[in-house]
Design a binder for this molecule. Structure first.
Ligand SMILES: Nc1nc2c(ncn2[C@@H]2O[C@H](COP(=O)(O)OP(=O)(O)OP(=O)(O)O)[C@@H](O)[C@H]2O)c(=O)[nH]1
Ligand SMILES: [Mg+2]
Length: 278
């Protein structure tokens, strides 16, 4: 299938006009704070993964629907695309939060499974691990890689987002910079409270250190028992939420709550009841 047709199909799925197919292969979430080096790490990984594997990359644009903003590729130049043979086995797409119908995490899931159905061996989803919807974008994946790095001042951000419990692997990037070991130690202390913590690896996406090792790990990365549960919790919450938001009366019920004093309990009942009847 050519890229133009593929792009058309994916747009149709985004717009709710086409049902996503499902295929064989793993969906990875690459998540972490802004600027931690997720895009550079993906670029470095692709040098090893392709052309042997066909890899699709979905970047969830973190920009708020109000401010507009840059898409993936505008921000980071993917050096791997300069190699034609590798570039042929790579498909990149940004998901702009404003262009989508339905909830972003479920669209990310649908696009990912559809790409697997279209002969891609794996999908890498780059998400920013900040808010709840970003955590849910990560939770749609089969494996979750949390990227951390030195030099951001206020400790481990992921703790706040509940991302540590979702991670199957933690990668501390920028090992070429001072402070990477400190981040590893901090993570080890934070993780020592829980059972069965995720493994931690150090890499430098800039220098390529540890990247081959990481690319080899992708194929055989086990799911952590704790992360499966955390992920299923997120998926259940997400599905519950979309049952309510997909209801055609959602907005008008909110209007009635705001204008006529309709209570939360009644509103919920009404939205769920209509759903059951459909
Ligand atoms: N020293 C060093 N710098 C790095 C490394 N990896 C990435 N960077 C730099 O970190 C900055 C951010 O890298 P990105 O890959 O854009 O980070 P990101 O996590 O994708 O950022 P957002 O998509 O904006 O959330 C860039 O200036 C990179 O050059 C590394 O291993 N070492
Ligand atoms: Mg990025």
């Amino acid at each position: 299938m050519n890229r133009l047709e593929l792009a058309k199909e994916l747009s149709a799925i985004e717009n709710g006009e086409l049902k996503a197919e499902s295929g064989q292969g793993l969906i990875f979430a690459i998540t972490g704070s802004p600027g931690v080096g997720k895009s550079c790490m993906i670029d470095a990984l692709l040098h090893h993964l392709t052309p042997k594997n066909k890899v699709a990359i979905l970047a969830v644009d973190p920009t708020s629907p109000l401010s507009g903003g840059a898409l993936l590729g505008d921000r980071v130049r993917m050096s791997v695309l300069d190699d034609n043979e590798k570039a042929d086995s790579i498909y990149l797409r940004s998901i702009a939060t404003r262009s989508s119908s339905g909830s972003i995490p479920s669209i990310v899931r649908d696009l990912s499974t559809h790409l697997l159905a279209r002969d891609f061996d794996m999908v890498l989803v780059e998400t920013v691990g900040a808010g709840q919807s970003e955590v849910r974008c990560a939770a749609i994946a089969d494996r979750i890689i949390l990227v951390e790095g030195p030099g951001r001042g206020d400790g481990i951000q992921a703790e706040k987002a509940g991302l540590l419990e979702l991670a199957d692997l933690i990668v501390v990037n920028k090992s070429d910079l001072e402070g990477a070991d400190k981040v590893v130690n901090h993570l080890k202390i934070s993780l020592s409270i829980g059972d069965n913590p995720p493994p931690i690896m150090k890499v430098s996406s800039l220098l390529g250190d540890g990247i081959e090792d990481l690319s080899n790990k992708l194929a055989s990365m086990p799911q952590r028992v704790g992360s499966i549960r955390a992920r299923m919790r997120q998926r259940l919450l997400m599905s519950h939420e979309s049952q309510i938001t997909a209801n055609p009366d959602f907005e008008s019920v909110i209007d009635r709550m705001a204008q006529e004093g309709l209570g939360v309990e009644e509103a919920l009942e009404e939205l769920q009841l209509v759903n059951k009847l459909r």
